[in-house]
Write a protein that binds this ligand. Sequence first.
Ligand code: ADP
Length: 213
Amino acid sequence: MELTKRQEQIVEIVKKDGPITGEEIAGKLSLIRATLRPDLSILTMSGFLEARPRVGYYYTGKTSVNLVAKVIQKIKVGDIKSVPIVVRDSANVYDAVVTMFLEDVGTLFVVREGGYLEGVISRKDLLKTAMGGSDLHQMPISVVMTRMPNLITTTPEEPILMASKKLATREVDALPVVTPVIDSNGEEALKVVGRVTKTNITRLFVELGEGKM
Ligand code: ADP
């Protein structure tokens, strides 16, 4: 958040002389209290200043950078996830190529009946298979996918910051958003409920930058 020149002056005054009343701040700026009212409410609402009754304004020590961090830390994967694009584990590599092309995504999640996560398949996995020269119609997807337990996943409740760190440090483009469940065989399984990609994070970055989150 960018402060106006006057708001910056107010922050400086409060930093130096706080706690200080609105009246006193106005006096230092040779203005009347009413003129400052909108600035003071912006500064208190955004967390730069705090107002204590009968004491006045004091500086909270928060900068706009750590205020942005605070906003980011509250955002959960579930707030920004996209719908997952999945293929069944019975599909062949050709089916996966067609799905990836038609759905306009870079990563597909492979699921078994019931929508439980089995694997992940990326563009490069498909290119590598195509380069190998095998018949793509005959090649089962399960042979070329990255499979459990090597999958990096996230959940709707996970902070987006954690999911972004996984994308960055593990150098993958997408994470399946899953919820742990017990399947019909009584086994632990991961139900695929969404996807988080570098595109989601980029979009969020733009929205934060434009002050829309
Ligand atoms: P690209 O293939 O376009 O470079 P990625 O960097 O996402 O895309 O994929 C690199 C490798 O990591 C691929 O072999 C892919 O199967 C695997 N992979 C992709 N996403 C995940 C994930 N969430 N968990 C585990 N492995 C993944």
